[in-house]
Design a protein around this ligand. Structure first.
Ligand SMILES: Nc1ncnc2c1ncn2[C@@H]1O[C@H](COP(=O)(O)OP(=O)(O)OP(=O)(O)O)[C@@H](O)[C@H]1O
Ligand SMILES: [Mg+2]
Length: 268
């Protein structure tokens, strides 16, 4: 497979509202190749989750097309592990059963003998081993988020689609989770799309960063990150890291301002 794994071709999305259709994505085109780590960054409400929902197979574009290995996305599938912005865990299952859930399903099925080992491994990695038999409502927000991450990693999907997966975590845990993700990717090749509001996180983890505009989201610019993998914490101190941070922050701030101005205009 030499072509892109994910291909957006002139994609637009309109959502119906009381005032008529609202354009959320407009002329969005980009490719993601095997093994790439692409972050998407842009103002709140601009259309980032909408982009992920299309790749996930939960939403169809209003025009244009999205191809997964040269075929239009036909619906959700076990090849794509999704970590939703709102914790994607089942409240009626324990921590253990939440992680095990995907391992019992058709295409990502793991033999029962292996399941315990996989579940234990990810509970351990996420610091949830002592909470195996707890239900999500008895976990903190950060722990629920780690559970959602464990669930997605456990089935070893080819694609990881992550919507602000580390947003609810304290700074220490967030940094540990970033490093753990890099480790997982080193061990199991995956193609990743990450939505984040953190410029530092985007630079630290990605091979490319897509900056999108205020709504309707268009591609503002695509930035190649000049660091290879494996990536160590020390890149945070690299002069190019600092330069990139300033450049991306400027771009993002500009779009946040544009989005805020839109909100003011709409309320007038
Ligand atoms: N199913 C839907 N029906 C109608 N409007 C929707 C739907 N999903 C999203 N929207 C609207 O589309 C716009 C973009 O939403 P989206 O969730 O993609 O934003 P986002 O960039 O992920 O924002 P955030 O950073 O706050 O998560 C918002 O104005 C939202 O209200
Ligand atoms: Mg979102």
């Amino acid at each position: 497979m030499n072509g892109p794994r994910i291909r957006f071709q002139d994609v637009a999305v309109d959502f119906p509202t009381d005032r008529g259709p609202m354009r959320v994505l407009d002329g969005v085109s980009f490719d993601v190749h095997e093994g790439e780590f692409v972050s998407i960054i842009g103002p709140s409400g601009c259309g980032k989750t909408t982009i992920l929902n299309i790749i996930g197979g939960f939403l169809n574009p209003s025009s244009g097309q999205v191809l997964l290995d040269d075929r239009p996305v036909a619906g959700p599938g076990p090849d794509r592990g999704v970590i939703f912005q709102e914790y994607g865990v089942f409240p009626w299952l324990t921590v253990r059963d939440n992680i095990e859930f995907g391992l019992k399903l058709g295409a990502s099925r793991v033999a029962p003998a292996e399941r315990d080992a996989v579940v234990s491994r990810y509970m351990g990695l996420m610091g949830l081993a002592d909470f195996a038999d707890h239900f999500p409502k008895h976990l903190s927000g950060g722990m629920r988020q780690r559970l959602a991450i464990a669930r997605a990693y456990a089935v070893r999907p080819e694609f990881l689609l992550m919507d602000e997966p580390f947003g609810a975590l304290d700074a220490q845990t967030r940094s540990a989770m970033q490093d753990l993700l890099l480790e997982v990717l080193q061990a199991e090749k995956k193609t990743v799309i990450l939505i984040t509001h953190s410029v530092d996180e985007a630079i630290y983890l990605s091979s490319r960063i897509i900056v999108v505009t205020a709504r309707p989201a268009r591609i503002r610019t695509i930035i190649e990150v000049p660091f290879g993998y494996p990536r160590a914490d020390a890149v945070h101190e690299h002069p190019q890291f600092t330069e990139l941070r300033t450049r991306i922050r400027d771009l993002v701030m500009h779009e946040y301002q544009a989005q805020a101005n839109q909100a003011v205009r709409h309320s007038e």
